[in-house]
Write a protein that binds this ligand. Sequence first.
Ligand SMILES: Cc1ncc(COP(=O)(O)O)c(C=O)c1O
Length: 308
Amino acid sequence: MIADLWNASEKEKFMGTSTIGSSEACMLGGMAMKFSWRKRAEKLGLDINAKKPNLVISSGYQVCWEKFCVYWDIEMREVPMDREHMSINLDKVMDYVDEYTIGVVGIMGITYTGRYDDIKALDNLIEEYNKQTDYKVYIHVDAASGGLYAPFVEPELEWDFRLKNVISINTSGHKYGLVYPGVGWVLWRDKKYLPEELIFKVSYLGGELPTMAINFSHSASQLIGQYYNFVRYGFDGYKAIHERTHKVAMYLAEEIEKTGMFEIMNDGSQLPIVCYKLKENSNLGWNLYDLADRLFNEGMASACLSTS
Ligand SMILES: Cc1ncc(COP(=O)(O)O)c(C=O)c1O
């Protein structure tokens, strides 16, 4: 179902697994990229010990990528975000890529703002790069949030397996997949992108069970929850729920702006996340930390405020 949502091609053999969340899913996506890169590099005669392999990602990454790079001894090359570039900077990203790059990560839903990286434009850049080198580079999309949101709300947006160089994608079932915490997903567009040695075969539960996730035992309830929601709501149900949330976010952004006190940093037009800051010249006796404090006092601990 998920491969279908992400437009996996019938000509390829997609593979995937459930995980505990996107952190584990990103770890697996990263590991597959590292192993595949090593094989390609060795074949091309590159001295793989001369330099640390690297991963290219915007500075809006979630901490799981930092963990991945530390655990696996990868140099994390951060493409800086700034006021003009609130997602991956397409003018700069390719400056960070070289023959030691295991992959480029695009983010479909930056944790702090909800903005999407322009994965289609990134794919074009990578395609151009790959045409003039033997050291091919591919994209993993961290769609922790957008993976189960964009296909329903913006099905025409190309960010998934429709793009040639997107080889793997992760998402969290417990975000816009609408399941309670403990489930994520990672998929590869074709099994050739998931090195064999990362798939283990276990026989002691009867039959032969392939396992490629880091955690072996885990609760089945979230998987059943995910399956139940997909079947119960269907495509139209998810679309209706997400579109309603989208409208609420856009409405909130409009109303917050109308107060005249705030500058909208993100209006919820992609993920339904509204970010705003106090205007520079506001002469108020409070700031957004005070507002956050008040919301906590009222017991709304889940209210998320960007105070940047
Ligand atoms: C972009 C992104 N990647 C990865 C993660 C990690 O996801 P999880 O909490 O499902 O492990 C998050 C979570 O906030 C995220 O926003």
